[in-house]
Design a protein. Structure first.
Length: 334
């Protein structure tokens, strides 16, 4: 693949793709991938044989060029290009010039040098630069905070990292926890035994696990206590060694609960804390332990903190617009 013609100042860029079969996959059915890139970046892409010409202003043609090159490289490596991959390529663009310098570190952390998490059922790749930094932090630090709005992949990536470490034998078990706090509703007494009562609160964690491991294996590992999903209240008095531990919806933990949970970490364990301080369901006047922990632990050695924003939402474009609208309203009201 080669770029022909001026590369810095011309309003048009031309890319030549030698493999016509891969070019078809790059364009997508009815050129849907090209259409999506055009609509997001505000450029025009014209196909002439094995050449794609990009017309637009300098910055956007460069971004479109980098996006197309990255997707073509993905196809050359034998990987598919899905709509989510196109979105990820647009968001992340071309690796920064300093990326080559960090390649040695990445090869140790991620086989092949790419930033991805491999599980039994799928390979998970970051779709934004913030997600990429978060994944690197999950494998590097003993305690990681993932902070920010819904839909940014905080919990999903943390569970994926835990499954990957478990599969590779770096930890002996996975422990996933959440505060059993109702989101603004009072559901009353739920029927059944203790498991039946708490499972509705834990369902998002079950969903994530089933994305990465066969359901029969998940059931067996839970039965063997090698995977444990439990409310935050069940953590008191325990020492969690050689485990990957995730606390989800941490904004609903009180200050005392957060301190209790953080001090459960034992030898050989790693911990991920995820939450969104704007969605706290604690009673009025009760401070969030997540907000305080963020202030107290920022800068502590071995603690990584990643803050996501609306532009990191990968769930649905509408979710990002909703979050921006609420943030804007809050600023005006404040």
């Amino acid at each position: 693949m080669a770029i022909t013609g001026p590369t810095d100042t011309a309003p048009e860029k031309s890319l030549n793709f030698p493999d016509n079969r891969l070019l078809i996959d790059l364009c997508g059915a009815f050129d849907k991938n090209l259409t999506h890139i055009e609509s997001v970046l505000g450029v025009q892409i014209v196909r002439r044989g094995n050449e794609l010409s990009i017309l637009g202003n300098d910055d956007e043609t460069i971004r479109a060029s980098e996006t197309l090159q990255g997707l073509y490289l993905r196809l050359e490596q034998g990987r598919e290009v899905e709509p989510s991959d196109v979105d990820a390529a647009i968001r992340m663009g071309k690796p920064a010039r300093g990326a080559a310098r960090a390649a040695g570190e990445q090869k140790e952390m991620f086989p092949g040098g790419g930033i991805e998490i491999r599980t039994r059922k799928k390979t998970v790749e970051p779709r934004t630069n913030t997600q990429k930094n978060y994944v690197k932090s999950l494998f590097k630090n003993e305690l990681v905070f993932g902070l920010g709005p819904a839909g940014t992949g905080k919990t999903y990536l943390a569970v994926a990292a835990g499954v990957s470490m478990f599969i590779e034998g770096h930890v002996d078990r996975i422990l996933l926890s959440r505060p059993a706090v109702e989101a603004g509703e009072r559901l009353g007494f739920l029927p059944g035994d203790m498991k039946d009562k708490v499972d509705p609160y834990m369902q998002p964690l079950y969903d994530a696990l089933n994305d990465f491991l066969p359901s029969k294996q998940v059931g067996k590992l839970i039965e063997e206590k090698r995977i444990e999903i439990a409310p935050l209240a069940f953590m008191r008095g325990r020492t969690l060694s050689n485990a990957f531990i995730v606390l989800d919806e941490a904004q609903n933990a009180t200050t005392m609960q957060m301190k209790m949970f953080l001090t459960r970490m034992g030898e050989g364990s790693q911990m991920a804390i995820t939450g969104d301080s704007s969605q706290c369901d604690l009673p009025r006047g009760v401070p969030s332990g997540l907000v305080e922990a963020e202030k107290v632990l920022r800068g502590v050695n071995g603690v990584g903190m990643t803050t996501f924003k609306a532009e990191d939402v990968v769930r649905h474009p509408m979710v990002a617009r909703i979050i921006r609208a609420y943030d804007s309203h809050a600023q005006k009201s404040g």
